[in-house]
Design a protein around this ligand. Structure first.
Ligand SMILES: *[C@@H]1O[C@H](CO)[C@@H](O)[C@H](O)[C@H]1NC(C)=O
Ligand SMILES: *[C@@H]1O[C@H](CO)[C@@H](O)[C@H](O)[C@H]1NC(C)=O
Ligand SMILES: *[C@@H]1O[C@H](CO)[C@@H](O)[C@H](O)[C@H]1NC(C)=O
Ligand SMILES: *[C@@H]1O[C@H](CO)[C@@H](O)[C@H](O)[C@H]1NC(C)=O
Ligand SMILES: *[C@@H]1O[C@H](CO)[C@@H](O)[C@H](O)[C@H]1NC(C)=O
Ligand SMILES: *[C@@H]1O[C@H](CO)[C@@H](O)[C@H](O)[C@H]1NC(C)=O
Length: 396
């Protein structure tokens, strides 16, 4: 009996709601017509106040008043001349990288994962090339050549330069409009890892981005785009340099304040120049707890950029880690910094040895003679000799 009464109540409420909806719909219709009239009037110079009221009113109501299945999906929005229309197009392929979100807001948005397993569009995985730079990109012409002629739906480019720096490239460059809102970076501090997470977040907003590679202004590609794309998108693992260094520069940087969340056994070190898949990238930006520990307890001589991602990956995704980087670097000369190559060091045999020096690397459940896709650190003077080698050695 009680159930019936509730059902009746529900019916009554429901009827009330229906009337309310009808009334709302009617008022929207009235407002919609008024909007059209205002829009028409505006062409004959209606006063400014009137216009802004009309805009305000239209923008708050356009979603409700757009007839579904109408001639255009965004009729009213077109009248407003704004992009403020909810469409899959705008959601999946945003035209601009600029946004007004704070880091907290950005990380939150980027951490979202669709619960549905199927995609409502044909999703082709993209590789996000994320450049973390101070300012100019001296290797830009080399990268331009690398991307030249490649399908635009296979890659995206993001550039995080220091605030105030404007990447000035021509409109037809693949780097045009690819600079993201940035913040100051002090190398060696947590602001560097903040920038990495900012890059990842911006790239995660594009749901087609599946692989994420971090690059610097001194990085070069040593294979052509199709090889890089195939290698990364077919990999079961993320390529993050990660090892246990028993010395002062490894375990010595661990802080017991990180207990019980991070133990010394879990602590890892590795170069910051990572390559990872979407799963890991999402986790890295979604994490608050572990990052807070690094922010608080990993200060010089502990460098978060060398420990946060390797340690996090080791704790949560150990089996998904390739435990190696796809970015070649030469530490053989010793010292705190890797070798920096100048023009005189660039020879055909040198580049060939980076591409394949006879060593095999594990790749998925197999091995591959292809270990490195990128290399660092290359001085601006190397640009010209490298451009001379692209077609004969790098095959692009
Ligand atoms: C409206 O959306 C549908 C489905 O996304 C699309 O096929 C159609 O071209 C769109 N119409 C306009 C005018 O944009
Ligand atoms: C950008 O580059 C163009 C062409 O190289 C040059 O004419 C222009 O002055 C540059 N603008 C800035 C702000 O540097
Ligand atoms: C990388 O190391 C982890 C242990 O830290 C291991 O689980 C994983 O299988 C290793 N990856 C490869 C590709 O060997
Ligand atoms: C680059 O070439 C110079 C001159 O041959 C040599 O002294 C230097 O060691 C080379 N640098 C590297 C990193 O190999
Ligand atoms: C090839 O590269 C690997 C990884 O950098 C290195 O360990 C190995 O010594 C190199 N082999 C030769 C023959 O140079
Ligand atoms: C690059 O190639 C051009 C033409 O083949 C040649 O004139 C030039 O000297 C080369 N530059 C370098 C740095 O090797």
């Amino acid at each position: 009996m009680a159930r019936n009464i509730r059902a009746e109540d529900f019916d009554r409420q429901h009827a009330g709601l229906t009337i309310l909806r009808l009334f709302q719909a009617l008022s929207y219709l009235v407002m919609f017509v008024a909007g059209i009239i205002l829009g028409l009037l505006s062409s004959s110079h209606i006063n400014q106040y009137f216009m802004s009221q009309a805009e305000l009113f239209l923008s708050t109501n356009h979603i409700l008043s757009t007839p579904s299945g109408g001639p255009s999906n965004c009729t009213i929005v077109e009248m407003e001349k704004s992009d403020d229309c909810i469409s899959m197009e705008q959601f999946l392929f945003p035209k601009k990288l600029s946004h007004s979100m704070s880091d907290d807001e950005l990380l939150w948005r980027a951490s979202m994962v669709p619960r549905k397993q199927e995609w409502p569009y044909k999703r082709v995985p993209k590789v996000a090339f994320m450049f973390l730079t101070r300012g100019p990109l001296p290797m830009l012409p080399l990268w331009e050549r690398f991307f030249h002629g490649q399908k635009k739906n296979l890659y995206t480019i993001y550039v995080h330069a220091l605030p105030g720096y404007d990447l000035n490239v021509s409109r037809d460059s693949v780097f045009f409009g690819r600079q993201i809102p940035s913040q100051d970076v002090k190398w060696g501090t947590v602001t560097l890892t903040d920038a990495e997470r900012r890059l990842l977040s911006n790239a995660l907003l594009d749901f087609s981005n599946e692989r994420f590679v971090l690059l610097s202004e001194s990085c070069i590609p040593v294979y052509n785009f199709p090889t890089v794309y195939e290698y990364l998108t077919s990999s079961d693992h993320s390529f993050v340099d990660m090892y246990d260094d028993p010395s002062r520069d490894g375990r010595g940087r661990y802080s017991t304040h990180m207990l019980p969340y991070i133990t010394l056994r879990q602590w890892r070190k590795g170069s910051q120049w990572f390559e990872m898949d979407r799963d890991l990238a999402t986790d890295i930006v979604a994490d608050t707890k572990y990052y807070a520990l690094f922010r608080k307890y990993c200060k010089p001589a502990c460098y978060p950029d060398e420990h946060f991602i390797p340690t996090y990956l080791n704790i949560f995704h150990g089996s998904k880690s390739a435990n190696r980087s796809v970015t070649y670097v030469d530490w053989s000369h010793g010292g705190p910094h890797p070798a920096r190559f100048e023009a005189e060091n660039i020879t055909e045999s040198f580049i060939r040895s980076i591409r394949n020096n006879g060593t095999l690397c594990s790749y998925n459940s197999d091995v591959s003679s292809l270990c490195y896709l990128f290399a660092r650190k290359f001085a601006p003077s190397t640009l010209e000799p490298l451009l001379n080698l692209t077609s004969s050695v790098m095959e692009f």
